[in-house]
Design a protein around this ligand. Sequence first.
Ligand SMILES: *Cc1c(COP(=O)(O)O)cnc(C)c1O
Length: 193
Amino acid sequence: MYAISAETCGVKVEQVALDENFDVDYLAVELAVNAPDSQIKIVFLCAPNNPTGNMLDKEKLVTLLQATKGKALIVADEAYIEFCPALSQADLIKDHENLVITRTLSKAFALASIRCGFTIAQKSVIEMMSKVIAPYPVPEPVAQIATQALSAQGLETMRERVAILNNNRMVLASSLEKLPALRKYFQQQETLY
Ligand SMILES: *Cc1c(COP(=O)(O)O)cnc(C)c1O
């Protein structure tokens, strides 16, 4: 979708291949951003990744943030982070002006139809976004539902749902592992949840 939206706005897209473990190739991203003729202003990373489920490596992310500071915004798409909240990169925001985290109510909150998400970043980034955002971007009924979803009770409901889904994932994984046709099951970082 990022590529489609970029191309719709006439913005060129460059893709950097994942490594053999389907992880982000941090050095390749850094080299692409810092290439002499680079026009890259924004990098999208997805964690947990859709569809691989892979996470970002905090240390390598910090190195990338430092190496691309002042050149590119690094966006971590955390659409699924509620399924492994301990692995969020949100703690890095305070020290890194070029880190932007995006979240959505579409997944763990089960509210895809209200089309609502949010951005976590330093004030300077949010101020820049406020200048270009559409006027009145959030319909009032959406704001009301989102406020409920993010209340203490809404968060509790979300966490109960996440616990059920994470448990279902383990059931599915153990069933899949018994299939003779299965070649490799990529382990999740279960212990960190
Ligand atoms: C679902 C999803 C989103 C959020 O989509 P919405 O437009 O907020 O519904 C963002 N990134 C990824 C990787 C997703 O899977």
